[in-house]
Design a protein around this ligand. Structure first.
Ligand code: SF4
Ligand code: SF4
Length: 85
């Protein structure tokens, strides 16, 4: 399973990661006032949360054995035809 590490010490609670995660992996923890990677099994390793976090508080660690993207795409028989060169 992919891992989404959020460093609470760096996080400024801007909620950007919650807004940009289109797979709803990252949710807002009202009690802690911080984001939480609630459903890492749904992460598709798009990297948006990591790239757009203004505090550099997120690290997405892919699990290359995961059944979800990008492993499936790399194994597609016609991968060369669907990956733009
Ligand atoms: S985008 Fe970064 S700084 Fe903003 S809430 Fe998420 S982890 Fe915290
Ligand atoms: S890498 Fe993409 S899918 Fe995974 S938690 Fe971040 S924004 Fe969501």
């Amino acid at each position: 399973m992919h891992s989404i590490r959020i460093d609470p010490a760096k996080c400024t609670s801007c909620q950007m990661c919650v807004k940009v995660c289109w797979e709803d992996v990252i949710r807002w923890d009202e009690g802690a006032g911080k984001p939480i990677a609630m459903y890492p099994e749904d992460c598709v390793v798009c990297g948006l949360c990591e790239v757009l976090c203004p505090a550099g508080a997120i690290e997405v660690i892919p699990d290359w054995q995961s059944k979800r993207w990008p492993r499936e795409l790399s194994r597609a028989p016609n991968a060369a035809t669907i990956i733009p060169s």
